[in-house]
Write a protein that binds this ligand. Sequence first.
Ligand code: FRU
Length: 490
Amino acid sequence: MEWTNEERYRTYDSMTVEERKKLELSVSRSLWRQRYHIQPPYGLLNDPNGFVWYKDRYYLFYQWFPFGAVHGMKHWYQTESIDLINWKNKGVAVKPELSFESHGIYSGSGFVHNEFLYLFYTANKRDGEWNRHASQCLIIMDDKGKMIKQDIPIIQKQPKGYTEHFRDPKVWKEKDSFYMVVGAQRKDLTGCVLLYKSDNLKDWHWLGELKTKEMNFGFMWECPDYFELQNHGVLLFSPQGIQAKNDSFRNIYQSGAYIGQPLDLNNNYFEHEEFQELDAGFDFYAPQTTVSPDGRRLLVGWMGLPEIEYPTDKEGWAHCLTLPREISIKNNIIYQKPVRELQKNRQNKVQRALSIQGITEHIEAFSGEAYEMIVDIEAKSAAIAGLKLRVGEDEETLLYLDKSIQKVVLDRTKAGELFAQEYGTIRQKSYLKEKVRFHLFMDTSSIEVFVNDGEIVFTSRLFPKKESLGVQFFAKEGMANFEAVQWKCK
Ligand code: FRU
């Protein structure tokens, strides 16, 4: 379906009951609705926004286009949770109303201060010539959920030397001041991050560009996030325009981090190491972090990518968010682990120890579409050892350790309905040991794999047939030992 600009740039208020019912009916027929991931009721979800603990619960908003699976007029959709497992859908939270936000409420962040929740977002506007105008804006929410939108932007436009690609404010506090990073593009069409400062969260002044070692790393840096963790400074961002290199940067756009010294706020200088990709899978973008009440740094990402058609697009909905993860740093590498709260979602434990040469039958007890599984593999004499998941007629998703090339591999070549094949159907990452732990979460149309306590993560959508539920174990050219535990998800 081709969308005209009028169709694309409508607000949710203008949706008729018939339109809504049609979308709901189409979504209800989908084979790929997730069981325990945050997904839109209909329409398109993208970035997580305003992820924060406020008063007695987590708030997690997301970018939402209500009318179908395209990127159009963005709103913020609101979800809430007290336990990071059960999320309540609260409906649209922020919608375009003012002239400077006439073409969408873009991404941003939440910050709690003096009993209020401050929500920072980018207002997107197109003028008559379809030129983009971006400003940074603020909503203040009280503990009753009442939101007051500031009727003028807190940052009117980008500074001189930068283009209109200026978005996704993220705020934090340091001593008595507040700081904000905003994704930006220099006039020479290279990406960067701009740094702002405020004493009251309302009046902001530009400190300059956040100086890194990279003056030429992609054409735009989206969704920046700065925080300090275990005495390191971490700048998370989603750069666009990075060339694929060996097994890295294989997706259309990337997301990852620089780890370095805590940011030098007197000189806007960030001394950092090489960019590290956060995820080795196919579908991961625009992650955002927050801090839990007990001090853990939590991360949620969009399980999707811009400019890629997905199999559910034709059903009028698209995408979901990742599970919340706790991040930490070991040997200058970011580790991601599923938050421990998710263990409360476990039921019907099944456990097996196997020694295999060749391939098992389907192990009936393990089969399913929504489960958590931990598999320890020791590739004794085998060159390759791993799992076949969502196995059905002509379908399988492979996850294995290949000792002969020293890699862990996720292969969705035969996973089901294919998409984005031009970016390849295999993802792999260098891995030098003989033992590996795959901790994985399977949902109806996704897999998230945490390798060895989250040293490597593969996040991907899969679109298998309803009947493709099998689980098999395999070892090639020798023998391997497996210890597997599985829980069905509630
Ligand atoms: C990232 C992004 C952000 C922007 C939002 C619009 O996916 O492009 O930079 O704010 O999506 O939906």
